[in-house]
Design a protein around this ligand. Structure first.
Ligand SMILES: [Zn+2]
Length: 312
């Protein structure tokens, strides 16, 4: 390369480095892979995004790694599920990150629950001291595609505020996502329409939004309370109730021990269905839309195989 060309290139690099047109991608850290998938939809190649928790982990109880602090330290934006989902592991990491921008309430912190439709909001006083890990309403709200749309909008607004010059780019991607999500909603509603009112039991209270949208009737839980392991007394009551109501399906999140669900299944003639509630829960689910396609396919196959459709 000629010296003159090299100098020209250096000059160009310096100019673009200081100019307003050349911006590094926005570094986004999310607590969960569901949020990371939604950020990718809107942010495209204007962002880099990484989730701290993996989709196959229980998002209430994630093992904090020292590398998380480093990632938070370098983040331009932190997106969390909120409603105390991450209360057991994330707050000290945010403090230790010494990144002033991403502290709760800061300009570069986004609590995705603030614009979402939240179910199971307690009426009485509930504290974590009672062991309930859902003291501020149900934090598994991303399992309603309508909430996926609301989260995507909040992400779009936040990214636009951080990088106003990319507003049109984010708006175009948001529009495209919204269109694909709308088509997905039609597809999923059509697939689930024959099974409205289907009775199921779930391990944890991960599915109230999903059940609401797709017409499942959740009649009980393997956990006596969110975050409280199953007890023999509760197991007995649940078994009797499932027999009485003819429940044929027990949905279990991939990170729970199958011993109790299997025992209940044997005693009731029901089937255990391990169903991922998050992107990354299984390797075939890498996008927000794939999560619903995968789960609804899985669910319908199990309904057909067990004859669960009769339990309504
Ligand atoms: Zn939960």
């Amino acid at each position: 390369m000629k010296m003159r060309t090299v100098i020209a290139l250096i000059a160009l690099a310096l100019a673009s480095g200081t100019g307003s047109e050349a911006r590094a991608a926005i570094k986004v850290i999310t607590s969960t892979e569901d949020l990371a998938a939604l950020v990718k939809e809107i942010g495209g190649d204007k962002v880099t995004v990484e989730s701290l928790a993996k989709g196959y982990q229980d998002p209430h109880f994630v093992e904090a790694k020292p590398s998380f602090v480093l990632k938070l330290n370098g983040a331009d934006l932190l997106v969390v599920v909120g409603r105390e989902l991450e209360q057991g592991w994330l707050p000290p990491l945010i403090t230790q990150s010494r990144n002033a921008k991403i502290q709760p309430g800061g300009t570069n912190y986004l609590d995705a629950s603030t614009t979402a439709k939240i179910l199971d909001i307690p009426t009485g006083q509930i504290t974590r001291a009672m062991g309930d890990v859902h003291p501020q309403g149900n934090p598994h709200y991303w399992l309603d595609p309508g909430n996926g749309r609301r989260i995507a909008k909040a992400v779009q607004d936040k990214l636009t505020a951080l990088s106003p010059n990319d507003a049109a780019y984010f708006a175009q991607r948001a529009g495209d996502f919204d269109k694909r999500l709308g088509e997905g909603e039609k597809r999923w509603q059509a697939a689930m329409a024959p099974y409205k009112g289907l009775k199921v039991v779930t391990y944890h209270r991960s599915w109230p939004n999903f059940a609401d949208v797709f017409g499942l009737n959740v009649v009980g839980y393997v956990e006596p309370k969110p975050g409280i392991p199953p007890s023999p007394a509760h197991q007995l009551t649940l078994t009797q109730e499932m027999k009485r109501q003819g429940v044929k399906l027990i949905l279990v999140e991939p990170y729970f021990d199958l011993q109790t669900p299997n025992k209940i299944a044997r005693d009731t003639g029901a089937r255990v269905l391990v169903m991922p509630p998050s992107v990354g829960g299984v390797k075939d689910v890498q996008t927000y839309l794939q999560l619903f396609d995968y789960d609804i396919n899985l669910l319908i196959s199990a309904i057909k195989e067990t004859g669960a459709a009769a339990a309504r």
